[in-house]
Design a protein around this ligand. Structure first.
Ligand code: GUN
Length: 306
């Protein structure tokens, strides 16, 4: 399928099914775990630290633990009240660093205001940093060295790969410069990799004439956490649209009273796109699949030989 924008809107668009793609990846991981177990190796073991009771974080961490079970990993969930001090949390991180049973671990963000997330991230041993947030992993990624890559950006790249979408020479516009998504995805897509080799424009809250820029995108990545922000007038006909937003918005029709909403106004934008990720079921499930893949890599000592 060509993905170069044309002057006419495509008659149909294709959904990029992140849920199915994540399932495929989990099946591949599970098969490798079975092989490793048959060869007498222990299953990979992921630990997650969750501080406080943020609804979104609870859901994400629960899904991460469930995903571990699905692929035959071991998992450990460590929960702390939001009264935990920074020093106490750093001590817990160090325990996991030293624990030889744990191959990789994450500290779910956001953390309470009295805890500096950067201090916590820097305290994680890079070889166990399966979120790919540690400056060592970020630096290695930027330098083009093997690294544990941040899960959401590598999930986006994996979707582009598995849907065989051409990225080489295309203009990718990223909205949002967060450390977790916008900045790393812009770096990965600019690299001389496949997928990659994009010309990347990274837009943010100070960008002027945003819609003018986004209209030149062959690939548009929205990662700002503002529900429905990207509207049809901001999208070129035939663009590939990747929606990273997952904001909870009130929805009385849902049992929970809320629904997940992406950064893209889906109904408005989809008819103009060639390919688009839904929310939910797009990038979100891929983040978990790539976290599992990082944990497997950490267990194998693939990036940092043991
Ligand atoms: N908060 C939002 N996304 C993430 C993620 O990918 N990892 C962690 N640890 N926290 C998050």
């Amino acid at each position: 399928m060509p993905m170069t924008p044309t002057s006419e809107a495509p008659a149909t668009y294709r959904l990029i099914d992140g849920k199915q793609t994540a399932e495929d990846i989990k099946v591949e991981i599970a098969a490798e775990v079975v092989q490793r177990k048959a060869a007498g190796q222990k299953p990979p073991h992921l630990a997650a630290i969750l501080v406080g009771h943020d609804g979104g974080s609870e859901t994400y961490v629960r899904n991460k633990v469930l995903a571990c079970e699905r692929v035959g990993f071991e998992s450990t969930l460590l929960r702390y009240e939001d009264t935990i001090t920074e020093a106490e949390l750093l001590a817990k991180v160090d325990e996991l660093n030293q624990d030889e049973q744990i191959d990789g671990f994450i500290v779910q963000l956001p953390l309470p205001k009295h805890i500096d997330p950067n201090k916590v991230i820097e305290a994680i041993r890079p070889e166990k940093d399966v979120d790919g947030f540690h400056p060592m992993n970020i630096g290695r990624m930027v330098a083009g060295l093997p690294a544990l890559l941040p899960a959401t950006p590598s999930g986006i790249v994996e979707l582009l790969r598995r849907y065989e979408l051409v990225t080489d020479g295309k203009h990718c516009v990223v909205i949002g410069r967060s450390n977790i998504v916008g900045t790393p995805v812009s770096i990965l897509l600019a690299k001389n990799l496949e997928p990659g080799n994009c010309t990347v424009t990274l837009c943010h809250s100070r960008t002027q004439n945003l819609a003018e820029i986004t209209r030149t995108a062959d690939i548009l990545v929205a990662a700002i956490g503002r529900p429905g922000f990207v509207t049809a007038d901001m999208v070129s006909p035939g663009a590939v649209v990747i929606d990273v937003g997952t904001t909870r918005v009130e929805d009385a029709t849902k049992k929970a009273g809320w629904a997940l909403r992406g950064d893209v106004s889906f109904e408005d934008v989809a008819p103009k796109a060639s390919y688009i990720t839904p929310v939910p079921g797009g990038v979100g499930p891929m983040t978990i699949a790539m976290l599992l893949l990082n944990t497997l890599r950490a267990a194998k000592g693939e990036i940092y030989p043991r």
